[in-house]
Design a protein around this ligand. Structure first.
Ligand code: PLP
Length: 477
């Protein structure tokens, strides 16, 4: 076995072989078993983005004046993005390392813009409850208070409530196209009208939708207006490493014009290392992420993306129909686009227990909470597993219906309980403690004995629930 840092270096091929061997326990995404995290098509495409990444693996986009090729690549990626988002020629932006960076940047931009133009010192932003967790992170990082808009029955924000939350400290409003938990598109047109009337920026988080909704629309699909065609929309985040099928490390943040984007810039003129200017969060910016993003746009072209969208929508339709054909299950809300969630309509049937059964059949299915559901981020690759997925889903429902006690076992018990711990502050504290523990020096060996499909580190949820159960027992004594 290797040492973390061997005294003497090892042969390259041996190191690469070991690297490959590490993957043995990882999710089986190449077989279409994984419903998030990875956007995989086939080995040909995968090899192409690797080559495109490699060709710029050393180059640095930090200083646009140094590697002029990377600035050109970035400009072309942004121009392509602006075009599919139906922006005018004034739309401008930056390639970032991912959706989270794009969302963080929008919050920083609007906070600083409100401070500069209106003297806002206690910035607030208005988010629907379905906003991606990146926005909650941005709030914490940048000290922008969240005003949360409750949802209506179809999972879209209550617009009356939204209006009532606007005040002099509001620096931005957020809408999603679509939102991550259920795949519904917020009423961007109505939100744009409100934002415009109040003269507040409206950001559309299309991290997941940006590189597929335009092509669904091209194919004749009914997509409500959500992009730069909507007056009032001032910026859009769109990830290329999701439905653009780029290598990891590529997203975009674009603005209606430079008057907004300039507030994203950082300049420090007195640094001992020289005058410094940076357009986004990172210092060194990985050339490989940009070159792979550019290459994949060239590789597929609009026609290629339309075809991918066609296959994805076919898979989504078949999956939704399959789910809805099971009497105890129903798709949640009115999702448009590549993802959806579904719940149990039968109070005696635990959807989490169904999830456990799906896991046992080799699927990796994510769990939603508030309300409870199972999540599916569908790619073109999933078209070939639709029938198997639905057959397994039916079998899973049958098993749980015959054994309702499964709701009190395994993952179903832990997830169910986690959602019902009333003291959310304590949940937060405990998760923080356990999560940090995984980063203790010498750590890194993850407990693979119990999988945590919610995307957290394996075993975390189980540990948390054990803690809660013991706490309740102590209290009962
Ligand atoms: C994925 C996603 C993000 C965050 O993107 P990352 O690339 O994972 O950082 C933000 N918003 C939405 C709606 C997303 O789906």
């Amino acid at each position: 076995m290797h040492k973390p840092m061997p005294e003497r270096g090892r042969a390259g091929p041996e190191v690469l072989a070991e690297l490959d061997a590490f993957k043995a326990q990882d999710p089986r995404f190449k077989e279409g078993r994984v419903w998030s995290l990875v956007y995989y098509l086939d080995e040909e495409h995968s090899g192409f983005i690797k080559d495109a990444y490699h060709s710029y693996a050393s180059e640095n986009g930090l200083n646009p004046g140094a590697f002029k090729s990377l600035k050109k690549i970035e400009s072309e990626v942004i121009a392509a993005t602006a075009e599919i988002l139906n922006g005018t020629e004034d739309v401008c932006g930056v390639v970032t390392s991912g959706g989270t960076e794009s969302c963080l940047m929008a919050v920083k931009t609007y906070r600083d813009m409100a401070r500069d133009t209106r003297g806002v010192k206690k910035p607030e932003m208005i988010l629907p409850e379905t906003a991606h967790v990146a926005w909650f992170k941005a709030s914490e990082y940048f000290g922008v208070k969240i005003r949360l808009v409750p949802l209506t029955a179809d999972f879209t924000p209550d617009l009356k409530k939204l209006k009532s939350l606007i005040n002099r400290n509001t620096v931005m409003i957020l809408g999603s196209a679509p939102e991550y938990p259920h795949g519904t598109i917020d009423p961007i047109q109505e939100m744009g009208a409100i934002a415009e009337k109040k003269n507040i920026p409206l950001h559309v988080d299309a991290c997941v939708g940006g590189f597929i909704l335009p092509f669904i629309e091209d194919n004749g699909g009914a997509v409500p207006p959500w992009d730069y065609r909507v007056p009032g929309v001032t910026s859009i985040s769109a990830d290329i490493h999701k439905y653009g099928y780029a290598a990891k490390g590529a997203s975009t943040i674009t603005y209606r014009n430079l008057d907004y984007l300039r507030y994203q810039m950082f300049v420090y003129e007195n640094w001992a290392g020289g005058v410094f200017a940076s357009p986004a969060l990172l210092g060194t910016r990985p050339g490989g992420g940009y070159s792979a993003a550019w290459s994949v746009l060239q590789y597929f072209g609009k026609e290629g993306y339309r075809q991918l969208a066609r296959e994805t929508v076919a898979a989504v339709h078949a999956l939704k129909a399959g789910v809805n054909s099971i009497p105890e299950l129903a798709v949640m809300g009115n999702p448009i686009g590549p993802l959806f969630s579904f719940r149990s309509t039968d109070p005696t049937l635990s959807i989490y227990a169904v999830g456990d059964q799906m896991d046992a059949r080799g699927w990796q299915v994510n769990r939603n909470q508030f309300p409870e559901g199972l999540h599916a981020m569908v790619t073109a690759q999933h078209l070939k597993v639709v029938d198997q997925y639905i057959a397994d889903l039916k079998a899973s429902v049958d098993v749980v219906r015959a054994n309702p006690a499964l709701a009190r076992e395994g993952g179903a018990a832990t997830y169910g309980m986690l959602a019902h711990v009333p003291l959310r502050g304590m949940v937060r504290k405990k998760v923080l403690e356990m999560f940090s523990e995984q980063y203790r020096a010498g750590g890194g060996e993850l407990d693979l004995s119990s999988g945590d499909a919610a995307g957290g580190p394996p075993g975390l949820v189980d540990k948390l629930v054990n803690w809660y159960v013991q706490r309740q027992q102590r209290k009962g004594r």
